[in-house]
Write a protein that binds this ligand. Structure first.
Ligand code: SF4
Length: 429
């Protein structure tokens, strides 16, 4: 560590050094012994800038692996232009960003005898898939929801931290990452799309940039809780290119403009059908999953019919439905005209029958297709897995006829031979 500048910078250096030592890194006294150099720079006056630039030059020459932090790092473009070989550049007071860069370029070796926690953390999911939470909280105020009251406004995780976690998971054997949050497409808005560094490259804290970067990891990337904002259009070509699974989980919740307004749902709902059609033109394999609420206060038979008409027109692949129930503290509790419980149930049943027919017909079209399936396990009917069209726990399964033993977490190629309302049946190729 080379620490330049004022006492505030010194404290920043101390915090970084403390964290490094806490994680088992050793601090050494010269360039030769070091695996990496961190320079905490000053950018206050011209002479300080000059000293910082000289120090960076010297460290690159003497050692080669250099991270720059501190006040000069706030002018990252200027520094990157002068020294493109730097591993990372952060602004001042950025211990976490510096540590992310250290983890990326000089990962501490995992010692099973000393480390209680594996690099990828403790996971409750099977070894072959994992959830990747990219943000916490939500800026919307849907009237049926109390998440913003419980968890606050949107706070996005820095993109380099998310990427580091994703890489750790992939190195630990994860084959599928499920990107989750309250509002995935809003990722980075609160951080003003801050630029961070990942593998030496600048990367904006932004939904599409994240999808593209995750797509480089060579595993299935599945996007959940995406709202149909215009910039979601930019992720569809990534799906068509095979970087990200052609699967979008968009919780539409309703289709009647009157009910959506009462729900205070985000996004422009008016053009949703057009958007879906244009997405399918770009990426014909696109599978759309959604959830809906029936029996929301004030929902009339006409509103409900609009919802069924939307299902018919949108031909969504996977759909979940909930009967509205009041949540303590939700604004919707004060809305007039609650729907009678028996009517809610009747609408729920009609909704399910309606969507079942759509799902059955859509799955029938898969017969004869070759699909890649991630093997999930075995039950009394035999081996089963999931294709790109199936998220774990919420979507259907592909049952596989095979004489061979399979390995959970492996990808296999199958030919679809049969289907029902929600599941597919296949022969192993
Ligand atoms: S339903 Fe989703 S988008 Fe709406 S407030 Fe709750 S978390 Fe936010």
């Amino acid at each position: 560590m080379v620490s330049l500048g004022c006492p505030k910078a010194t404290v920043d250096s101390e915090q970084i050094l403390t964290q490094l030592r806490a994680e088992g890194y050793k601090i050494v006294a010269d360039y030769d012994q070091a695996d990496m150099v961190i320079i905490n720079t000053c950018g206050f006056i011209d002479s300080a800038v000059e000293e910082s630039m000289q120090t960076i030059d010297e460290a690159l020459h003497e050692n080669g692996k250099v991270i720059v932090t501190g006040c000069l790092g706030a002018k990252s473009e200027q520094v990157a232009q002068a020294f493109p070989e730097l591993l990372a550049i952060t602004g001042p007071h950025a211990t976490q960003e510096v540590m992310s860069a250290v983890h990326e370029h000089l990962p501490a070796e995992h010692d099973p005898f000393l480390d209680l926690v594996p690099a990828q953390g403790i996971k409750l999911t099977p070894q072959h898939y994992a959830y990747l939470k990219i943000s916490e909280g939500c800026n919307h105020r849907c009237t049926f929801c109390i998440i913003p009251a419980l968890r606050g406004d949107l706070v996005s995780r820095p993109i380099d931290e998310v990427m580091q976690e994703a890489e750790n998971l992939v190195q630990a054997g994860v084959r599928e990452l499920l990107v989750i949050s309250q509002d995935t497409s809003a990722y980075g808005i609160d951080a003003k799309y801050a630029t961070r560094f990942w593998q030496g490259q600048p990367l904006q804290t932004r939904f599409v940039a994240l999808a593209r970067a995750l797509g480089q990891l060579g595993v299935w990337i599945r996007l959940h809780y995406v709202y149909p904002y215009p910039h979601v259009d930019d992720v569809i070509p990534l799906m068509a290119q095979g970087l990200v699974l052609p699967y979008l989980d968009i919780p539409f919740q309703h289709a009647s403009p009157r009910i959506l307004k009462a729900m205070k749902r985000p996004g422009n709902q008016e053009k949703v059908l057009e958007r879906i059609q244009s997405w399918r033109k770009i990426c014909p394999d696109l599978v759309i999953r959604s959830t809906f609420i029936v029996g929301f206060p004030g929902e009339t038979e006409e509103d409900f019919q609009q919802l069924l008409d939307f299902l018919t027109a949108a031909q969504l692949d996977r759909v979940g439905c909930f009967m509205y129930s009041a949540v303590e503290g939700a604004a919707a509790n004060d809305l007039p005209n609650p729907v009678d419980e028996a009517i809610k149930q009747e609408r729920f049943d009609r909704f399910m029958r309606h969507q079942q027919a759509i799902s059955t017909a859509k799955l029938q079209c898969r017969i004869g297709q070759t699909m890649t399936v991630l093997v999930e396990g075995r039950d009394e009917h035999g081996w089963y897995g999931r294709s790109y069209a199936d998220a774990p726990d919420i979507d259907g399964l592909v049952y596989i006829k095979t004489d061979q033993d399979m390995i959970v977490g492996n990808f296999v190629e199958v030919i679809i031979t049969d289907s029902d309302e929600y599941d597919l049946y296949a022969d192993q190729r």
